[in-house]
Design a protein around this ligand. Structure first.
Ligand code: XIL
Length: 453
């Protein structure tokens, strides 16, 4: 019988909320940081219910010379994941990168390379048999135009190396799910079409294949519009889908508004996955910005993850937390700004009660009561908020109203600028909308954020 998880406290870590939804929120973890950086290890354990070894199970790490296996880092990673009850994605068995030169330049015949590949899979997948939920069996096998990548495996073995690798992994670990994985296949495009066709054919031929990993190494503000549609079409083939290496890179230095854009991007990816049955997991490619692969790989780019260099949660963290049903920043103040040191709502400087008092098809009347929770009287005030769905103020009362883009400012009139400690003021407006009428989520009074009831 399925026992529902205990309800997570609103400000609980990501993994508690994910557990409750039956969802996996994972991170790529590096064995060396787990061992040497306790803050890193703490966050990795506290926030994530799934883990992928960032490098420890790659060919160059596990079999640096022929038939000489080194499982030091991979074992350390597994120990950590198991101690923390994290579901493991094995990464990766057959890949053209981080492949030792003895394989790449070994000039093996077809049958030799097949047995090199089989031995590697046997030993690596075999070692962790029964302990790995998903294997990224083959990684990055296609190019952007959907043609085969000219790897040593493809060159020597032809396209069947993929089916062979899948069958070999099934043999070595009958319990693991067998996945393919790649970047730039997040939206519908020539490369994801190639995967779609390959997987359809593999299924038709009875080759074991359980899932497709969309890496999602994204550029800020550029989540593909067809992400959900793409996830759906793979799910419709009867396989699972996961976002396996999510990061959203920003041109450095990152401004506050770029960090907020990044939060929206993370939210879109979470929403697209969670909207499709069969999209089982979102894994971020690292814990904190500090150790991300992005600055080393994409010049001038950085800050792609959920925690900043000093392990503070970023707006992107709030966005993922919210997508999982949390308050938005895990600190319980509900303002979603990722600052752990904000005062709790009851002692906040102000409290806002917002309501759409009366709605019709193209507009509504809004009413906002603001309470001064501070210790001192206000002498003049300015309330600011953003309309989330394109609403536009047409007229208002009890304040001077103005709107610029989505941002609305209401400033006191001559007669209601003084608000005693504990006192309230109520203002109102009419606004138009074209269908959507989501409520504003955050309000500031004289620049300080208010709690919202
Ligand atoms: C990256 C790691 O994050 C780096 O530490 C390493 O130096 C290079 O590889 N696609 C993948 C991942 O499948 O394995 C890569 O990880 C990022 C791109």
């Amino acid at each position: 019988m399925l026992v529902p998880a205990a309800p997570a406290a609103a400000d609980a870590p990501l993994r508690d909320h994910a557990d409750q939804m039956g969802f996996e929120i994972g991170a790529a973890l590096a064995a060396n940081h787990l061992q040497n950086d306790s803050q890193y290890a703490d966050l990795a354990a506290t926030e994530f219910n799934a883990a992928t070894p960032e490098n420890a199970m790659k060919w160059e790490s596990t079999e640096p010379s022929r038939n000489q296996f080194d499982f030091g880092s991979a074992d350390a990673f597994m120990d950590f994941a198991q101690a923390n009850n994290q579901k493991v994605r094995g990464h990766t068995l057959v890949w053209h990168n981080q492949l030792p030169s003895w394989v790449e330049n070994g000039n093996f015949s077809e049958s030799e390379l097949r047995s090199v590949m089989e031995n590697h899979i046997d030993r690596v997948a075999g070692r962790y048999a029964g302990e790995i939920a998903y294997w990224d069996v083959a990684n990055e096998i296609f190019l952007g135009d959907g043609s085969w990548r000219d790897s040593v495996f493809y060159r020597t073995l032809g396209p069947d190396f993929v089916a062979d690798a899948l069958r070999m992994t099934a043999e070595a670990d009958p319990n693991a799910e067998l996945w393919l994985n790649d970047y730039s296949i997040d939206g519908v495009n020539a490369k994801s079409d190639a995967y779609y066709n390959l997987i359809r054919d593999l299924i038709a031929q009875g080759v074991p294949i359980d899932g497709i990993g969309l890496q999602a190494h994204l550029i800020n503000g550029q989540v593909p519009g067809s992400l959900q549609q793409n996830i759906q079409r793979f799910a419709d083939l009867g396989i699972k889908v996961a976002i396996t290496e999510l990061d959203v890179r920003i041109e450095m230095p990152a401004s506050q508004s770029e960090l907020e854009q990044q939060a929206r991007d993370y939210r879109s990816v979470m929403d697209a996955c969670q909207a499709v049955d069969g999209c089982v997991a979102v894994t971020v490619w690292g814990v904190s910005d500090q150790y991300s692969w992005v600055p080393d790989t994409f010049e001038g780019q950085g800050a792609p993850l959920l925690f900043n260099d000093s392990y503070q949660p970023k707006p992107a963290y709030d966005a993922v937390h919210e997508a999982l049903g949390g308050t938005g920043d895990g600190d319980g103040d509900g303002d979603g700004d990722g600052d752990d040191d904000d005062p709790p709502p009851t002692s906040g400087p102000c409290a806002v009660d917002y309501s759409a008092a009366n709605e019709w098809s193209t507009g509504f009347t809004g009413q906002i009561t603001v309470t001064n929770n501070g210790d001192t009287a206000l002498d003049g005030w300015s309330l600011e908020f953003d309309f989330p769905s394109g609403q536009q103020i047409t007229n208002g009362w009890n304040a001077e109203w103005s709107q610029s883009g989505s941002t609305v400012t209401a400033t006191n009139t001559g007669w209601n600028g003084a608000v005693p400690a504990g006192g309230s003021v109520t203002v109102g407006f009419n606004a138009s909308h074209d269908g959507g009428n989501a409520e504003p989520e955050a309000f500031t009074l004289n620049g300080q954020s208010c709690s919202v009831s």
